[in-house]
Design a protein around this ligand. Sequence first.
Ligand SMILES: C[S@@+](CC[C@H](N)C(=O)[O-])C[C@H]1O[C@@H](n2cnc3c(N)ncnc32)[C@H](O)[C@@H]1O
Length: 252
Amino acid sequence: MNTNYDSWADIYDEVYSFVDYDINFYLQKASSIKGNILEIGCGTGRITIPLMENGANITGIDSSQKMIDMLGTKVANNKVPIKIIKQDVRDLELAQKFSLVIFPYRGFQSLLTVEDQVNALNSLRNHLEPGGKLIITLFVPGKDLFDQRSDIFYHLRDSRYQEDNGYRSLHHRTEFDHHNQLIHTQISITEHIGDYLISKRYADFTLRYLYTDEARYLFEYCGFRIEEIAGDYDGTPYDRDSEETIWSLVVR
Ligand SMILES: C[S@@+](CC[C@H](N)C(=O)[O-])C[C@H]1O[C@@H](n2cnc3c(N)ncnc32)[C@H](O)[C@@H]1O
């Protein structure tokens, strides 16, 4: 089981370059509060950098040194210093409290046991100011996800990386451990020039899926009041057709 993104850092942006539908949502949330913002699992800065550029006072936390290094390189020439700290969300130790904590894009689902989830939520509650808000997003485990065959690599996308006919091809394959609600995904990355295969490598990661009612009880058990469950980043309320849940939680 891999939840360490070090082996991923150099290709993360390429694999997830298509994900931008949540950025405006976080920009709006950040501009609606005055205080400090903490981002958990900031990774290579997909959300961190737009928030920082928009003037947010943001601290980024990640447990992967290599993801943090990638983000550090991107913001190296920035005039406004940004705080990026290597820490594990299950055991946060920061001298500061925050008005808003965000845990974007599957980050919470890297916590693979209920014990890890409870430790993380307790740790986050202790780093929020009274009345502070926590935003967590989860994908809804739906039929399409489980319909995948685990012996097939599905095509994700191709991207050109040279002026000539060089390209990189991404495929993914997924195995399910339904007893523990775990999804093991393997990404294959092949590099081609014309008809020739130049290199092939794999990166893998594991996520835990949560059902919506399970998440509701977990968040309440850990001392949060559920302010809103949206089913999309435009604020559409969660319903049976939603593919995501976007949770706004307030410290009780
Ligand atoms: C799916 S990536 C999301 C990165 C970025 N927020 C984005 O939206 O593109 C999840 C990130 O969470 C980090 N992460 C996983 N487990 C963590 C933990 N226990 N504590 C802190 N960060 C963690 C990973 O290293 C990774 O950078």
